[in-house]
Design a protein around this ligand. Structure first.
Ligand code: SF4
Length: 212
């Protein structure tokens, strides 16, 4: 796939921005296991990060492994997840996952076979925990790329995944920082309702900004 002209400028600036601005959350600590990252990403798909941060430390303390989830009383699990919403659905899905595997697999294909695990959770888990060179694509990422690159950001899901893959930095050591930066750039600068054009490194070439 041929990327837009501004792609490399955006990539470089985002990496730089990420160095100073990526937010600290407990699940982003360097030594977190695949399970610990997975749990966070599983919750983050439908709940804001600050809310997840309120519940996460207690959750991983009480349930430090899939085995602990399998053995847990479902009602206890529901009550810990309760502040995040969708608690029963989430508790049942986690129980089902814990019953189906001893350890979380290390491929996106196998992760996606688990209950309620979609492409975002699978890729984010392996990128952030295992440092795999995988793209992440959620609504925030779609918004950022759609705004910056206009109609050069494709319409179909599979083309968008290819686009996100091509946008990743060449050096695998930069991929985690790039993806975290992309998530946080969408949450802090290029927000849905009030994008901060004045604080944005992309404002000179961003299609959304330059098209008025
Ligand atoms: S210039 Fe505005 S719309 Fe474009 S990426 Fe920056 S904040 Fe988003």
């Amino acid at each position: 796939m041929r990327l837009p002209k501004a792609a490399s400028a955006f990539r470089d600036s985002l990496l730089q921005w990420a160095t100073e601005n990526v937010r600290e959350y407990p699940w982003r600590e360097q030594e977190r296991s695949r399970y610990e990252v997975f749990v966070a990403e599983f919750f983050l798909t439908q709940t804001p990060a600050d809310n997840v941060a309120d519940v996460y430390p207690e959750f991983v303390d009480r349930y430090p492994s899939l085995e602990a989830i399998e053995e847990a009383d479902e009602e206890d699990l529901v009550s810990v997840i309760d502040p995040l919403g969708f608690q029963r659905m989430r508790a049942r899905a986690l129980k089902s996952i814990a019953r189906s595997v001893d350890d979380l697999p290390d491929t996106t294909g196998q992760l996606r076979e688990l209950e309620r695990v979609g492409p975002y959770v699978a890729n984010a888990t392996l990128c952030f925990a295992d440092r795999s060179k995988l793209p992440i694509l959620d609504r925030n990422v779609e918004r950022v790329y759609s705004r910056v690159f206009g109609d050069r950001f494709p319409d179909s899901r599979s083309d968008r995944e290819d686009f996100c893959t091509e946008m990743l930095p060449e050096d695998p050591a930069d991929v985690r920082r790039y993806n975290l930066g992309l998530l946080d750039f969408g949450a802090i600068v290029c927000t849905k309702e009030s994008p901060r054009f004045d604080d944005c490194f992309a404002s000179e070439y961003c299609v959304y900004a330059t098209s008025g």
